[in-house]
Each structure stands twice: as structure tokens, then as C-alpha cells.
Design a protein around this ligand. Structure first.
Ligand code: NAD
Ligand code: FE2
Length: 385
């Protein structure tokens, strides 16, 4: 048996953001807390969203105190804004960071006197949150369609993974026009995050037929479009494909899971404060190599979806071709080593045992085709340093 849980309404296509006001009003919203970050709020598309909400009769309050890798304190500040402005709907607008913060704010405002870290893990959030809409401005995290929120608990230096059906938005908007103004680096890291989602969703031990179809479709689109979408000269058709692919990959991993790459990437984000997609990209090739023999047929299908000519090859040979293609894509997009990305080697040595423990504790490595020991995770971290 398999189950599949998407958001109630999924809007896609250039221009779909203009329907957000109508949707918010239909959900009963009158006073919206728009949760975003300063970069997104300075983009013209943010004004489109505010105008659409106002045109539908909503009053809009903006909380733009989120930065990359949102923290518990940022969520708490958003909760105060929601309450002091007597809001009744939360609208997350941005990349994964503002959308994850928006989701956490929405579930916390109705949860009473509890702290966000008490929701860490799966299915701990009580029902009853206000309506929640997510609009994605980066083709990457898929957060607009996932039941997850990833918030850093600075007291413990842990990127908490919070999973609950309550974190699924009532309506998601994947409008490529919202991403047109994203900085190139953010577009690259987001695209690599989406590629990692699709690959991990497909090789996950919890994959199911529906997630397989979505994951392979996302891999096909990403392989064909990511380099053009991430070029200095924007290629709009490629960005449209990436926006759709990121949403497909989000639906796929939300209903199967991510695996070892994400398990290991979160501690990198928590300790070295590297962007999430970059942490994934640094790890992706080495983790695929580590896992390949345990699911050669699956990795061979990935190679096929990546556009490799695998006809007549045995599964391991085909899988290796896919690995080469992934390495080619990550290299073409300028992926450095961990040290090259600025990680301090002394801090690495000091932190690597905790990083391995935190990676295992997240549960994601258990979904990998080859489940690593803590020592093997340390070894993999050393490989990418
Ligand atoms: N909830 C989930 O399912 C899920 C899945 C994967 C990742 N994540 C989380 O998402 C976060 C990363 O999200 P991200 O990669 O989308 O990046 P991000 O949200 O951190 O944004 C990166 C930068 O791009 C800027 N930006 C984004 N869109 C813009 C636009 N249209 N115009 C101008 N500037 C823009 C932002 O201001 C920010 O400075 C991480 O915390 C990660 O852990 C969540
Ligand atoms: Fe991710």
C-alpha cells in the first residue's frame, strides 16, 4: 500500500500568482501576514502578490525578518506580528527559507504555549492552524508542496526537520515569474537542491509508483534545463521547466523521502552556514558513488532520465554513466569542495563526529539504498572536504 498527500490546490504556470488574492479570500482570509525576506520583497513580483491580495479585499501585513536558513527566533518574531496585527491567514512568499518560516508561524499561532523545538520530528503538531498559502520564488526546495519545515535551533546548532500534514499548504503557487529576479547563485543552488530531491526520492527505500513518475519527470526536465536556466543570460523557457521540475521533485520526496545526501547536508548547513542546495551539491556525487551498487537498477533508470545513452548496458555500467552526468552538471554549475566553499578545516575536525551523529539522528540516512554507519558518514564528509 502507498499513500500520496499533495496540497489541496496546486497552481502552476507563468502568471498564476495573480490568482493568489482570490484564493486567499476563498479560504476566508481578511488580514494576511505575508512572510518573506528583504531580497524577495524588493523584487517587483512581491508587489504583484501584495496587489493581488489587496484587490481581493485583504489587508496585508508584511513580516520580512526571515534570512536564509531561518531560526526559531525568526519564527517567534513572525508569530508576534501575526498576533499583534490580528491576522487570520499566513502567506509565505520566497524560497524555502520564507516558506518554511511561514509554515512554522502558521502552526505555532494556534498551538498555545509550546516551543517550536517540541514539534521537531514527525506528526507532533496539533490540528487547527489558520489558512496557509505558499508561493515559491526559487525553483528548488519544493517547500510549497511539502509537509516539512526546516528551522535552525541556534541553541543546539541543529537544523530541525519538522514533518506534519499540518505543514502542507492549502494552496501552492509555482509561478516562474516569481523567480525571474532571484540572484543567479540562489537559482543555481535551488536547482541543485531540486535535482537532489528528485534523485533521492527515486532511490529512497520509501519510493512508490507515483513518486517514481514524478521524480523521473523532474530529472528529465532538470537535466535538459538546469544549465540554460542558470546562465547569465536568462533563458525563460528553461526557467519555466525548472519551476515545474522543482515542484514535481517536491511532491516526489514529500511522499517518499529524501535520503543520505539530505541527512548529511543539514549538519553542514547548521555548522558552516552554507546554502542548503550547495551543501547537497557538494555531497551528491560521493553519496551516489557510495550507494550505487545497492540499487544499480534504480540508478540506471536515473541515468536514462538524465539523457545518458544506456541502451545495451548492464545496470551498474549505466548507473556509472548517470553518476558521471551528475558530476558534469554539478561541476558545470561551479560546485566547490567543502573547504572551497569556505568551511574551516579546524572547525570541521572538531565538528565531524557531531555532524555524523546529527545526520543519522535525522532519520534520512535510513532511507538510503545503502544505510551507512556513523564511521562511513565521517568518511564521506572527509571525502568532500
Ligand atoms: N520545507 C522543505 O520541504 C524544504 C526542502 C528543501 C529545502 N528547504 C529549506 O529551504 C531553505 C533554502 O531555500 P532556497 O534555496 O529557496 O533559498 P532561500 O529562500 O534561502 O533564498 C536565497 C536567497 O535568494 C533570494 N531570493 C529568492 N527569491 C528571490 C527573488 N524572486 N528575487 C530576489 N531575491 C530572491 C532571497 O532573498 C535569499 O537571499 C533551506 O533552509 C532549506 O533547508 C526546505
Ligand atoms: Fe533539499
Amino acid at each position: 500500500m502507498a499513500q500520496f498527500h499533495p496540497p489541496r490546490d496546486i497552481y502552476t504556470g507563468r502568471g498564476c500568482r495573480e490568482s493568489v488574492g482570490e484564493k486567499a479570500a476563498a479560504l476566508g482570509g481578511r488580514r494576511a501576514l505575508l512572510v518573506s525576506d528583504p531580497g524577495v520583497m524588493s523584487a517587483p513580483a512581491a508587489e504583484d502578490v501584495r496587489s493581488a491580495l489587496r484587490a481581493a479585499g485583504l489587508t496585508v501585513f508584511t513580516y520580512d525578518g526571515v534570512t536564509a536558513e531561518p531560526t526559531v527566533a525568526m519564527v517567534e518574531a513572525g508569530i508576534r506580528d501575526y498576533r499583534s496585527n490580528d491576522c487570520d491567514i499566513v502567506v509565505g512568499l520566497g524560497g524555502g527559507s520564507p516558506m518554511d518560516a511561514a509554515k512554522a508561524i502558521a502552526v505555532m499561532v494556534s498551538a498555545g504555549e509550546v516551543s517550536l523545538p517540541s514539534f521537531e520530528g514527525a506528526n507532533k503538531i496539533p490540528p487547527g492552524r489558520p489558512p496557509l498559502i505558499c508561493l515559491s520564488t526559487t525553483a528548488g526546495t519544493g517547500s510549497e508542496v511539502t509537509p516539512f519545515s526546516i528551522i535552525t535551533d541556534q541553541e543546539r546548532d541543529v537544523k530541525m526537520l519538522i514533518a506534519s500534514p499540518e505543514l502542507l499548504s492549502d494552496a501552492s503557487f509555482s509561478d516562474p515569474a516569481l523567480g525571474d529576479t532571484a540572484p543567479l547563485r540562489a537559482t543555481i543552488y535551488a536547482g541543485l537542491d531540486a535535482l537532489t530531491h528528485a534523485i533521492e526520492a527515486y532511490v529512497s527505500r520509501r519510493a512508490q509508483p507515483l513518486t517514481d513518475d514524478l521524480a523521473l519527470s523532474a530529472i528529465r526536465r532538470i537535466s535538459a534545463s538546469i544549465v540554460a536556466a542558470c546562465s547569465e543570460e536568462p533563458h525563460w523557457a528553461a526557467r519555466d521547466e525548472m519551476t515545474l521540475a522543482a515542484m514535481e521533485a517536491g511532491l516526489a520526496f514529500a511522499n517518499s523521502s529524501v535520503a543520505l545526501v539530505h541527512g548529511m547536508a543539514r549538519p553542514i548547513g547548521a555548522i558552516f552556514h552554507l546554502p542548503h542546495g550547495l551543501s547537497n551539491a557538494i555531497l551528491l556525487g560521493s553519496v551516489m558513488e557510495f550507494s550505487l551498487e545497492a540499487a544499480a537498477e534504480r540508478y540506471a533508470s536515473i541515468a536514462d532520465a538524465l539523457g545518458c545513452h544506456v541502451a545495451g548496458m548492464d545496470a551498474t555500467e549505466a548507473a556509472r554513466l548517470g553518476l558521471d552526468r551528475v558530476k558534469e552538471l554539478t561541476a558545470a554549475l561551479g560546485t566547490p569542495t567543502l573547504r572551497g566553499a569556505g568551511a574551516d578545516p579546524d572547525l570541521f575536525e572538531e565538528s565531524v563526529p557531531k555532524m555524523a551523529d546529527d545526520a543519522l539522528a535525522s532519520g534520512s540516512p535510513a532511507n538510503n539504498p545503502r544505510v551507512p554507519t556513523a564511521d562511513e558518514i565521517v568518511q564521506l564528509y572527509r571525502e568532500v572536504l
